[in-house]
Write a protein that binds this ligand. Structure first.
Ligand SMILES: *Cc1c(COP(=O)(O)O)cnc(C)c1O
Length: 373
């Protein structure tokens, strides 16, 4: 946990800004908090191989690291666009002994089906999940592990917020606002749930804000209903905010946020207005990330930049209103493997991408799963 004094100065804001940094883990993000636990329990069960998907490569790296530690084989289906944008993430996984495939592949029924429809598919987390799940259900010694969305993953990640509550106490402060980027909800839940407990049990009034990309806005523009967690429809149905399980987000750089759905518990909390959500365009996010890097020295992951963009908006509001609030940012990962995205931004090639209402309606119209209420 750090106080972002230099960012406060750069923004000339009366707000106090803190950040909790998870980029110091071996794989560079919060993901090992659940990867280690999942690999451990699989080892206890005698599992020989684990399959998984990865978007930006963060989850695949974390699980490769954890599997290697517990002597389990790891097979990773990596979204093709990220596989091409981030070769070093793949090498990192290989270094920890994992096998990595660019998804969609020809190795599974699900992958072949997608490729038949669209041979140039950039892939998506939903497709990669279908492939990894299919491999696990067709082999007795293989299990599938998910890096976000599910309740056990969110619970493992709450170690972040439990530490953060104590660290804020040590700093003699309490956040008015907690912000975290939102892909499937694990890092957001991880940092915010222990603070939500203070709201629910101790009458505190801490705003917890999830930051998502405007090109994949399931929380701010999706619908709450039953949907599949994967593209092909192999997972159980989950009641959640979704853009539809066949939705393929634009190939923006924040690969970890290119997911159509959201965790069940976070979805219900949003529906009950106990948390908030906002969306940011990728250009605003990179402006925020570069400002943060120049002020605080850490180069954040593109996903993380969404939370920084929200924090900057809130800090600017404090300035306009002439009030001081305490803002806690979840700095969930570093961007050392995302420098291609930074290069894109710095050379002026990163474009705004806002999804149109027509595109959203078309995606939602394709959902054929049960409505809620
Ligand atoms: C995976 C990842 C995310 C998005 O996933 P959540 O489950 O929503 O946390 C965000 N930031 C980073 C750095 C990630 O690795």
């Amino acid at each position: 946990m750090f106080r972002a004094y230099e960012l406060e100065k750069a923004l000339d804001t009366p707000a106090k800004i803190y950040y909790k940094y998870e980029g110091v883990s071996p794989s560079g993000s919060h993901k090992p908090n659940t990867a280690i636990a999942q690999a451990y329990y699989n080892r206890q069960e005698g599992v020989k191989r684990i399959t998984t998907e990865t978007g930006a490569g963060q989850w695949g790296s974390a699980l490769s690291f954890a599997c290697q530690h517990f002597g389990i084989e790891c097979e990773v289906y990596m979204v093709k666009i990220s596989y091409e944008q981030k070769p070093y993430r793949k090498i990192m996984m290989n270094t920890w002994g994992a096998t990595v495939h660019a998804s969609p592949t020809n190795l599974t029924q699900a992958g072949r089906q997608i490729l038949a429809e669209n041979p140039d598919s950039p892939g998506s987390l939903g497709i990669a999940i279908s492939e990894a799940v299919e491999r696990a259900v067709t082999d007795d010694n293989t299990k599938y592990a998910l890096g976000s969305v599910l309740n056990h993953v969110l619970m493992h990640q709450t170690v972040i917020g439990q530490e953060a509550v104590i660290q804020m106490e040590k700093a003699g402060d309490l956040p008015d606002i907690v912000v975290a980027p939102f892909g499937g909800g694990s890092n957001f839940a991880g940092i915010s749930f222990p603070f939500l407990r203070l709201n629910l049990e101790e009458g505190k009034n801490i705003r917890c804000i999830a930051s998502e990309p405007s090109s994949c806005p399931k929380l701010t523009r999706g619908v709450f209903r039953y949907d599949f967690g994967d593209t092909v429809g192999m997972t159980p149905l989950l009641p959640m905010y979704t853009l539809g399980h066949t939705f393929v987000p634009a190939p923006i750089h924040a690969g970890g946020l290119r997911y159509h759905g959201a965790g069940v518990v976070v979805s219900q909390l949003l529906r009950d207005k106990l948390i908030e959500a906002v969306a940011h365009d990728q250009v605003e996010c990179f402006e925020a990330g570069i400002m943060f890097a120049r002020a605080e020295g850490i180069i954040p992951a593109p996903e993380t930049n969404h939370a920084i963009a929200t924090a900057i908006r809130e800090a600017e509001k404090c300035k306009q209103e002439g009030v001081s609030r305490t803002i806690l940012i979840h700095l969930c990962g570093h961007g050392h493997f995302d420098l291609g995205a930074y290069e894109n931004y710095l050379s002026g090639n990163l474009v705004k991408h806002e999804i149109t209402s027509a595109e959203i309606e078309a995606a939602l119209a394709k959902i054929d799963t049960p409505m809620i209420d």
